[in-house]
Design a protein around this ligand. Structure first.
Ligand SMILES: NC(=O)c1ccc[n+]([C@@H]2O[C@H](COP(=O)([O-])OP(=O)(O)OC[C@H]3O[C@@H](n4cnc5c(N)ncnc54)[C@H](O)[C@@H]3O)[C@@H](O)[C@H]2O)c1
Ligand SMILES: O=C(O)[C@H](O)[C@H](O)COP(=O)(O)O
Length: 385
């Protein structure tokens, strides 16, 4: 079996090496000629998988080690009888860590507590629902906008987007890119809605860049720099709008889901799906292959204000400012487009909050509750947490 894989998928040899020959290629440059002898194609979001890429090849299974599937013509694959699997939820926790890191930064800059802000979540799927759970556990009130779910589940507690924009202090976008239909998300945040954003509102976009009208957001920030914006996803990646990149508070190159844990789980999930598709035994276990985190425990020897303790532990695990500074360095060195892709390819190891065990000497209820609510593992003095 010949397996062609995006070079940015981790643990490819470990999971797929027993099944055949592996050819690793840069995802954005993959072309049909490279796939003529391939049986399996494993991609990430930067490879457009459609008839142009696969017609005439003998590819029988496609896996995308990502949550989003807007880069795949799923209907065409089905019509051709080609197996397909994505990795739903694989890096959802990683995105939640990213958003929480951003919210902690904004709270520190404003001298505000976390729960002084209402967070509006647009798209309450694997990412958005986990984000809601974690934020509500931290006593942050959430508004949810997810019309497909509202209709399917009869959710009276969900709100429409314009109500959310009116009432929320923070707007988090976690919708997939849907080009058409009743709930299309292309430019969901259009010029009208961007102009309706209130001064001091915070916009965090970590779904797909095309869900936000780039030109309208750039114009808003050029004329009224009164919004706080954290952008992880952009239109026309990797050749993103540099003017907008300079105008936002935090600019990162589509790495909210780039924890090692999330990426490795994605590989595990598509390996499981490919094995099932071909009736092969899936003997590999991620637990055996996942490296230990180099920061496995923090011990708080005394009581600390919960928000301070949370910020310290979060930053030890992942500081969103690191990625913003890195992107600027890569941009200066390689230019925007190449710098964007190189940083993603060379992304420094980042582990999810759940891999960090926080030891507490004092079983202070509020501190303990905050640490657990934020997603860290807990160990109480003298007990296994
Ligand atoms: N920045 C990153 O690194 C990163 C990481 C993971 C996922 N993503 C993106 O985030 C998206 C969401 O991830 P997920 O795992 O939650 O996907 P999901 O499919 O589990 O959830 C998406 C949710 O959006 C809802 N939705 C669809 N149309 C909507 C609309 N018009 N308005 C509001 N909600 C709408 C759906 O009903 C669903 O509940 C993915 O499709 C992917 O594109 C980005
Ligand atoms: O859809 C996803 O899983 C995320 O957007 C993920 O971060 C995509 O990463 P990429 O495939 O572009 O490396």
């Amino acid at each position: 079996m010949r397996i062609v894989a995006d070079e940015n998928i981790p643990l490819i040899e470990e999971f797929f090496g027993d099944h055949g020959e592996i050819v690793r290629l840069p995802g954005r440059q993959m072309c049909r000629e490279q796939l003529m002898q391939a049986d399996v194609l494993l991609v990430r979001s930067v490879t457009r998988v459609n008839a142009d890429l696969l017609a005439g090849t003998r590819v029988k299974f496609v896996g995308t080690a990502t949550i989003g599937v807007d880069h795949v013509d799923v209907d065409w694959l089905r019509e051709q009888g080609i197996g397909f699997a994505s990795a739903p939820g694989s890096n959802a926790e990683s995105v939640v860590d990213y958003v929480l890191s951003g919210l902690l930064l904004m709270s520190e800059q404003d001298g505000e507590t976390l729960n002084s802000r209402t967070v509006g979540i647009v798209g309450a799927g694997n990412v958005g629902s986990r984000l809601q759970a974690r934020l509500e556990a931290l006593d942050m009130p959430c508004l949810i906008c997810d019309p497909p779910r509202a209709e399917a589940e009869g959710r009276e507690d969900f709100v429409d987007l314009d109500t959310l924009i009116e009432r929320a202090d923070v707007i988090c976008l976690h919708t997939p890119l849907i080009q058409s239909g009743d709930h299309a998300t292309h430019h969901l945040l259009n010029a009208e809605r961007i102009d309706a954003l209130r001064p001091d509102q915070i916009l965090i976009s970590a779904g797909r860049g095309e869900c936000v009208d780039t030109s309208a957001l750039r114009r808003r920030l050029e004329t009224r720099r009164d919004l706080r914006v954290i952008l992880d996803v952009w239109e026309q990646e990797p050749d993103i709008d540099e003017a907008l990149c300079r105008l936002v508070d935090i600019a990162t190159p589509h790495v909210a889901g780039y924890s090692l844990d999330g990426k490795m789980l994605g590989t595990d999930m598509i390996h499981e799906a490919m094995s099932r598709h071909f009736g092969l035994p899936a003997r590999k276990r991620l637990g055996q292959l996942k490296p230990d985190s180099w920061l496995r425990r923090i011990t708080l020897t005394g009581w600390a204000p919960p928000l301070e303790a949370l910020t310290l532990c979060a930053r030890a695990c992942y500081d969103i400012r690191r990625d913003a500074l890195l992107l600027e360095r890569y941009r200066r060195h390689y230019g925007m487009a190449e710098g964007f892709d190189r940083m993603r390819k060379e992304y420094p190891p980042r582990r999810e909050f759940s891999t960090l065990r926080v030891s507490l000497k004092h079983n202070a209820g509020d501190l303990r509750d905050t640490i657990v609510s934020a997603g860290f593992s807990l160990r109480l003095a003298g007990k296994q947490g």
